[in-house]
Design a protein around this ligand. Sequence first.
Ligand code: ADP
Ligand code: MG
Length: 698
Amino acid sequence: MQSLLQQDIKFLKGVGPNRALTLGKELGIFSLRDLLYTFPYRHIDRTVVHTIRVLQDDMPLIQLRGRIVDMELINEGKYRRLKAVFTDGTGYIDLVWFNGIKHMHQSLRLDVEYLILGKPQSYNSRFSIVHPEMEKASEATQTAQAMQPVYHTTDAMKRTAFSSKVIGQLVQHAFDLVQGKIEETLPAHLIAKYRLQDLPTALQTAHFPTSAEALPIAMHRLKFEELFYLQLDILRYARNRKQNIAGFVLSRVGEAFMSFYNHHLPFALTGAQKRVIREIHTDMRSGRQMNRLLQGDVGSGKTMVALMCCLIAIDNGFQACLMAPTEILAEQHLTSLRNFLGDLPVRIELLTGNVKGQRRKAVLKGVTDGSVQILVGTHALIEPTVSFLNLGLAIIDEQHRFGVKQRAKLWEKNIRPPHILVMTATPIPRTLAMTVYGDLDVSVIDELPPGRKPIQTLHFYHNHTERLYAGMRRELELGHQVYVVFPLIEESEKIDLKNLEEGADLIQTAFPTYKVGRVHGRMKPADKEEAMRAFANKETHILVSTTVIEVGVNVPNASVMVIQDANRFGLAQLHQLRGRVGRGAEQSFCILVTDYKLSETTRRRMDIMTATTDGFEIAEEDLKLRGPGDLEGTAQSGLPFDLKVANVVRDQLLMNEARQAAAELLELDPTEQLPQNAMVWRQLRLLRGENKNFSAIS
Ligand code: ADP
Ligand code: MG
């Protein structure tokens, strides 16, 4: 009955063309199936009603029962809002609407008792609820459900009164329609063996549980299914890859490697660096194509590992390339590799958009005739005009800026795919890497070079400007440089850019004798590069920017990272930003600036940042604080599907169980022909297909 579930959402009772558009655009819901698999993020017990007197900060959604005693329209134009004073006899709160004002103003009554639902926020010791859900108490009592689902809605939806409640009604309509026609998506033998609930019950319960106890049983089933298919896909892919792809045998450790190792190493390698070089070398000589992920915290010395692997390729008569996400990073790599190599006879060249004319021709010729042994560059490297004589190893730095497709293009650069090494600074925690990157083998540098001073991280409030400026001044007077980062998100881009410009002006006024540079995403790439270069060359002392500096830039002289509105960044991002300092021998600082009033999770994020500089620990915490499957989108996490209910950290045990189930199934049915599993492969194809649509959209 897949076709029924795949039916377009616009035909569902209560939807229609407008809401269908909104559902698709805002929540990615296009079919009945999408709707049924859009789960509430929580349930509220509608039989519990709070009183105003006991309200506190940081309360979740709550219900109040009472009356409106006054209504008032405030301001004009953009700042217009409707304020209603609401009381339940124990105190007063304000109800506020910014949207749908006219409609609310006309429909709200002073003489009616309401049951309202919302999240109370306090301001100057008075509570208010913005855009509460309003229901007449007399009508509400009949529908009051013990466990009412709460669905995620976006700002755009709130503007058209497309509330969680409306979604709940649509879900109910959908269930009415597909009643008795939902097909099981796990084979009977798995359901029996792992004692799982059947799909129709689990789906129904996930939305409308009859009791608090019923919910976890349903969620268990849905999570298991999700993780099972995830693991099945990964394991199947890994198996096929291992069987099929032969690799160049790069076994020799010869002249280039040995003379570098014996005479040109500027420092002793850390134990972790040695270990990962061994792991990579083992792969490169195994006869099977390497696809390895090298994880190492910022500053752990991945560049040196990359270089030594390139030297192994050279010793075996192959070329190597190193690809970076930006021109400036590519240039920096070239400089560090050249410095490391010194007078060793290794030809290393740069290829970026900036390399033009005769120079470009010469580089391309050298790549084709094999005289260029290491080619460093941007995505220019994967263009069809770049044709290697014999590429044996391709290294990708800061992987998350490259898509899978770009990686695939590297595969075509030789008659057999070259070995691939992807280097990244901790996008996901260790415990997870092995599971989700089933198709990549993982190496970890879990040790920093000796003598690093851990970055001191401090949390300041906005009104601590004096202290902040004093600290900046002290460092500037020592000849060091300072980054100041402002958040920028698309939805509020205009305001954010204005904040950045104003912030930069304030800083320039406060530090008249120093030069302030600016970088933001709205600038042309060339201007951005120029501003970064000026900072790297100490022509500017303070760099005010959005997160464009996030990835990989190396300015060892910068000793302070100020992050404005740090609450608006995720942990992983904060850690990446912080990693831009502490690259020299000097003590470095990271200052997180926020408002005084913070939500519980934000405060927790700030606490973690000030407590530890261990990227792996931060990545673990990051995942714990996020919702299910939310790893900054599927593409970056390496997961083949979006997870809707399972959380890769919290559901670790279940993940192992699902992995075991998937492995067993693959083992018993390697040719995928057993009739009892036919549905499994069909379902997997369906999931993969949906994922394709998903990636085409994003
Ligand atoms: P990342 O892993 O973030 O790319 P880099 O490769 O840029 O780190 O290394 C950071 C700094 O540490 C560089 O200046 C590099 O020369 C230095 N470095 C790398 N390995 C060692 C080591 N074993 N001992 C001392 N310094 C090292
Ligand atoms: Mg690096």
